[in-house]
Design a binder for this molecule. Structure first.
Ligand SMILES: Nc1ncnc2c1ncn2[C@@H]1O[C@H](COP(=O)(O)OP(=O)(O)OP(=O)(O)O)[C@@H](O)[C@H]1O
Length: 260
């Protein structure tokens, strides 16, 4: 049995907009071990979301393949759930009913469904909010409901596309801590996209730095700091600085318009 939960093998992607084709991802390969948190970090347009969509089975590659827990990904599956920045709760359903949503297609008993929904809501700290509607919750609480909905499905992998980008700093920090606490408990494999360097250093076991046009993995940076990490600590700043430098050295920096 492979120790990898996700294997991206030589994935290549072009989009055609009718007039021209854009080479978005150039022969990308990487692996994510079971229980790891790995972040794709790169500038806007470098192909992070496209790559994440491929791992989730929402987008097809022009070449190469993605293997999830030993099986080639050909379509979305319940083993691998995507969480977006847009929260996508159904406004007419309560918190409880929104979390149930992901389980309604599963062949499980009512008792098991209730148990999984209760457990997931307790994990995200919403055990006292079952009967509220989304509009009665803050943005941070709504994102917690979305996380609970994903957790209730007991996926092997959660894919996160800038899940905290719409939140204010305090809520973002709070939810990052919640995510780490939950992941420590459940050992779910997480592949995340962000352009927030601090978020990447705070959460990740490894950061994959991408360059653009076409998107490539420029560097694989293991973050060897124990969690929870001190955002104000010297070690944290070391990684932050190193990654900032990587971006400047990555070849994707714009040349100055005039050189005197
Ligand atoms: N369905 C599509 N059709 C055509 N081009 C697309 C499509 N989806 C993405 N692209 C192009 O592919 C490139 C990569 O887009 P992608 O959204 O993956 O980048 P990103 O790194 O996630 O950007 P951001 O951080 O801004 O979300 C962009 O140039 C984008 O315009």
């Amino acid at each position: 049995m492979s120790k990898y939960m996700i294997e991206v093998r030589d994935v290549d992607k072009e989009f055609n907009n009718g007039k021209e084709s854009i080479h978005v991802l150039d022969h990308i390969s990487f692996q994510v071990e079971k229980g790891e948190i790995v972040t794709l970090l790169g500038k806007s347009g470098c192909g992070k979301s496209t790559l994440l969509n491929m791992v989730g089975g929402f987008e097809k590659a022009n070449g190469g393949m993605v293997i999830l827990d030993g099986n080639e990904v050909r379509q979305p599956t319940r083993k691998c759930i995507m969480l977006f920045q847009q929260i996508n709760l159904l406004p007419w359903r309560t918190v409880l009913k929104n979390v149930q949503l992901g389980l309604e297609e599963e062949r499980i008993s009512i008792e098991e469904m209730n148990q999984r929904v209760n457990d997931a809501l307790t994990l995200v700290g919403l055990e006292n909010h079952h009967h509220q509607f989304p509009h009665e919750l803050s943005g941070g609480m709504q994102q917690r409901v979305a996380i609970a909905r994903a957790l209730a499905m007991q996926p092997d992998v959660i894919l996160m596309d800038e899940p905290f980008a719409a939140l204010d700093t305090f809520n973002r920090y709070l939810l990052q801590d919640e995510l780490l606490r939950i992941q420590e408990k459940l050992k779910t494999t997480i592949l995340m996209v962000t352009h927030d360097i601090d978020e990447a250093v705070y959460l990740s076991d490894r950061i994959l730095i991408m360059t653009s046009h076409p998107g490539e993995i420029f560097k694989d940076v293991p973050i060897k700091l124990v969690k929870p990490r001190d955002r104000a600590g010297e070690d944290f700043h070391y990684y932050r600085k190193r990654i900032l430098e990587d971006f400047e050295l990555s070849g994707s920096r714009q040349e100055p318009e005039f050189i005197i």
